[in-house]
Ligand binder design. Structure first.
Ligand code: ABU
Length: 383
C-alpha cells in the first residue's frame, strides 16, 4: 500500500456503526487466505461437503498455489475498496495447522481467516463474536482480536461482545444425521422439515446467518444456526426484531448470503432454488418490499476444492444503495443488477471462493454511514 494512503487511513477516525447491508460503506475487514486448511471431518463439516465434492476425504493445508491465487484476488478486492475511499483492515492469521483441543472435543486442525462474515457480526455500534458451529473454527475469533481490541480503544462508543463459547460435544450434533441421507431428495426432505445436523443442546450461530435491515434482522435457521442460537440473539438484542427463516429448497443450508440478500431499502434478492416461505414473505410484502429472484449463476460448478455452491454468484457486496460489487465472471448477475439501476463493479474473485465464500462472505462491516431505521413498521404476529 502507498505510504500516503496508509497514513491517510491511520488518520481516519474509527467508528463502529453498521445497521444494514446497504448504507454507504466506509470501513470494512477483508479476509486472508494464508495457511487456510481443509478441515478434518467432524459432524457439521461432513454434512456440508457434497458427496461428489473433490474435497471429500481430503484434509490438511490447501495447496500453496491456490492460497497465493486466493490472496492475490483478496488483495485486489481490498485495493478496489481502498481506491473508492473505504478503509480496509485485514485479520491476523494463526498457525492453522494446530489442533483444536478442549475438554469436550479434539480436532486435528483449524480452518483459516476467511471468511470474516462468518465469525463477526456488526449490529449498530456492536461487534459480536459468533459462537460458531464447527469445531475447527472454535478459535477463529482470535484472528480478529487485534482489530477488535484496536476499535475498542479508538471508538469509545463501540460495544465489544462475545456470544457464549459452545462446548460442541457430540450432543450438539445428530449422530445418525448422515446415515439418513442417501440422495439429494432425502436431504431436501430433511431440510424442508427443519431437521438439521445441529441439535438444540446449546445456542449456536455463525455470524453469516444474519441479514441486517435496521430494526429487523433475519436469521437463517439451518446447519449453522439453531433455534437456541436465534433465541440467544433475540434476548441479546431486545431492541431489535429477530425473525427466523428457513429455506426448504436448500440441501446444504449454511449462511444466508447466497439465499436471501438485501440490496437497498425495499429490494432484496431470493435464490430461485431456495424460495422463502409464503408465511415469511408476508412481512416484506405488507411493507412494500420487492423480493426478486436472483439471476442464474454463470458457472455450472464451483471451482476446485470449494465447499460453497455456485450461488456465490449472488453473494454481492453493496457499497451504497446505488453501487454493488459482483464477481467479474457472473455476467447474468451483473446484467440483472445493472438493469435494476446499480453501478456494478466487477471484481475477479473465483480463486478466493475455495476459502469459504464470495464478496459478501469475505468482508465484515465496521462502519456504514447511517442510523437504525424501521423499514418494517407493519409486523406479522408470530414471525
Ligand atoms: N458461505 C456461503 C455459502 C452458501 C452456499 O454454499 O450456497
Amino acid at each position: 500500500m502507498a505510504a500516503e494512503q496508509k497514513s491517510e487511513e491511520s488518520h481516519q477516525k474509527t467508528i463502529v456503526n453498521s445497521w444494514n447491508e446497504w448504507d454507504p460503506l466506509k470501513h470494512v475487514i477483508v479476509g486472508r487466505a494464508d495457511d487456510c486448511h481443509i478441515p478434518p471431518l467432524e459432524p457439521a463439516v461432513e454434512c456440508k461437503v457434497p458427496n461428489d465434492s473433490d474435497m471429500k476425504g481430503k484434509w490438511g493445508r490447501r495447496p500453496q498455489e491456490s492460497i497465493d491465487n486466493g490472496n492475490a484476488q483478496l488483495d485486489n478486492f481490498a485495493e478496489i475498496l481502498r481506491k473508492r475511499g473505504i478503509r480496509v483492515d485485514r485479520p491476523t492469521p494463526l498457525d492453522f495447522s494446530r489442533p483444536v483441543n478442549s475438554p469436550d472435543f479434539d480436532t486435528q486442525s483449524m480452518f483459516g481467516c476467511m471468511p470474516p462474515r462468518d465469525v463477526i457480526a456488526t449490529v449498530g455500534n456492536e461487534m459480536i463474536e459468533a459462537t460458531m458451529s464447527y469445531r475447527c473454527r472454535w478459535f477463529e475469533y482470535l484472528c480478529y482480536r487485534p482489530l477488535l481490541e484496536r476499535y475498542f480503544k479508538e471508538d469509545p462508543n463501540m460495544r465489544w461482545e462475545a456470544a457464549p463459547k459452545p462446548r460442541l460435544t457430540d450432543r450438539s450434533y445428530k449422530k445418525d444425521y448422515l446415515s439418513r441421507i442417501m440422495t439429494i431428495e432425502d436431504r431436501l426432505k430433511l431440510t424442508a422439515a427443519k431437521d438439521f445436523v445441529t441439535t438444540e443442546e446449546e445456542p449456536l450461530f455463525d455470524a453469516a446467518e444474519l441479514a441486517r435491515m435496521g430494526k429487523d434482522i433475519v436469521v437463517q435457521h439451518g446447519f449453522t444456526a439453531n433455534l437456541a442460537g436465534i433465541d440467544w440473539l433475540r434476548r441479546h438484542f431486545p431492541d431489535f426484531r429477530i425473525h427466523a427463516m428457513n429455506f426448504p429448497g436448500d440441501p446444504y443450508p449454511i449462511h444466508i448470503d447466497c439465499t436471501f440478500v438485501p440490496l437497498r431499502p425495499g429490494l432484496l434478492f431470493n435464490n430461485p432454488n431456495r424460495k422463502a416461505l409464503p408465511e415469511h414473505k408476508k412481512l416484506f410484502e405488507i411493507n412494500g418490499w420487492e423480493i426478486i429472484e436472483a439471476a442464474q449463476p454463470a458457472h455450472e460448478n464451483p471451482p476446485p476444492l470449494c465447499y460453497s455452491s455456485v450461488w456465490l454468484s449472488m453473494n454481492v457486496l453493496v457499497l451504497d444503495p446505488k453501487t454493488v460489487c459482483v464477481e467479474a465472471s457472473e455476467v447474468y448477475q451483473m446484467e440483472q443488477l445493472d438493469k435494476l439501476g446499480f453501478e456494478v463493479i466487477p471484481v475477479p474473485f473465483r480463486d478466493a471462493y475455495p476459502f469459504g465464500g464470495g464478496l459478501h462472505c469475505a468482508t465484515t462491516d465496521v462502519y456504514r454511514e447511517g442510523s437504525c431505521e424501521d423499514y418494517f413498521p407493519k409486523q406479522v404476529e408470530g414471525f
